[in-house]
Design a protein around this ligand. Structure first.
Ligand SMILES: [Zn+2]
Length: 344
């Protein structure tokens, strides 16, 4: 089959690789009907050291089950499924707590150990715990939004949950990438009254407003802080959804939280330490977050997608065939595209 292989920063190729097959009896193999390029794929795209074997990329997909191992019970051939970006057994203490990204037998797709989903097919470890079968009738128009439940929409929702968004609250979303835009949807869905988006790309801001953003702050650093104080009666917001991961973004996120507020971090950190220790301490700001347990959130979010109440699939503004995935990476990296969908 054909798959996306990254060899080093900027070097993404489509190659023929062996077809995935059942290795463990708990495995499944799915034919990928839609995949996509993630903002977090851009970190290796910018930084990866050369590797002779390369890394099979991609951790977001929906597809159809082609084969299941002998021990797979709940997933059947022909099922249409959502593949969360992490695999998990569904049975350990962390899975029971709804934190499947910390599953004791789990791991992540598209790493050096486990092949990725920007491919014609992908092997799914621990299929019963990992895959979410969608047995409702699914119109083609819903596919883009269903795909976001494998990562970005669940990740934006996680930021909102960790930042304790509840009805009536004031919220700021740091970052206008696909996750930031989904975080706006999540904040609105959970009843936030004021949603301030921090971003500076006109097309993304327009989408954020469609999704429910009430205010836009395009300044950075101290100027952003000042603007947000103006917009919030001087004190900052109750909930901050940090969807970037760079030091300055995290710093801003912590500094714009009002005393007693919370920051939900879902941007993959690019530093070893969390900045903003002093303001976080003196303002009693809770800082939390991490890889979103999107598997746990699908149950919550799926009905709203199926009913058309939320349309996170609108974050995709470009669709490419597998052969054009390298250009998809380039266009996202150059900020030409918000998020690129792949139709293998
Ligand atoms: Zn587990």
């Amino acid at each position: 089959m054909r798959a996306t292989v990254m060899y080093s920063a900027g070097d993404v190729r489509i190659e023929n690789v062996p077809d995935p097959k059942i290795v463990e009896p708990s495995d499944a193999v799915i034919r990928v009907t839609r995949a996509c390029v993630c903002g977090s794929d851009l970190w290796p795209y910018q930084k990866m050291e050369r590797s002779d074997t390369g890394r099979l990329m991609g951790h977001e997909a929906i597809g159809v089950v082609e084969d299941v191992g002998a021990d797979v019970r709940t997933i059947k051939r022909g099922d249409f499924v959502i593949m969360p970006f992490a695999f998990s057994d569904g049975t350990c203490a962390f899975c029971h707590d709804g934190l499947q990204t910390s599953c004791v037998h789990g791991g992540f797709f598209g790493t050096t150990d486990v092949a990725g989903a920007q491919a014609e097919a992908v092997r799914i470890p621990l299929a019963d715990g990992t895959l979410f079968p969608v047995r409702a009738n699914t119109d083609d128009a819903l596919m883009a939004s269903l795909l976001t439940l494998s990562d970005v929409m669940g990740t934006g929702h996680h930021a909102a949950v960790i930042a304790r968004v509840t009805p009536g609250k004031s919220v700021a979303v740091v970052g206008d990438g696909a996750v930031g835009l989904c975080a706006v949807i999540a904040a609105k869905r959970l009843g936030a009254e004021q949603i301030i988006i921090l971003g500076r790309h006109a097309d993304r801001i327009a989408l954020a407003k469609d999704f429910g953003a009430t205010d836009v702050v395009s300044e950075r650093g101290d100027a952003a802080l000042e603007r947000i104080r103006e917009l919030t009666g001087g004190s900052g917001v109750q909930s901050v959804l940090e969807c970037v991961g760079l030091e300055q973004a995290v710093n801003t996120a912590i500094s714009i939280a009002r005393p007693g507020g919370a920051v939900g971090r879902v941007g993959v950190p690019q530093e070893q330490t969390i900045p903003g220790s002093e303001p976080a301490f003196y303002n009693n700001v809770t800082v939390g977050g991490g890889p979103a347990p999107v598997r746990a959130y699908i149950e919550d979010l799926l009905p709203d997608v199926l009913e058309g109440k939320i349309e996170p699939g609108r974050v995709f503004d470009r669709t490419v065939a597998l052969d054009d995935v390298p250009d998809g990476y380039r266009s996202m990296n150059d900020r030409e595209a918000i998020k690129v969908m792949v139709t293998p």
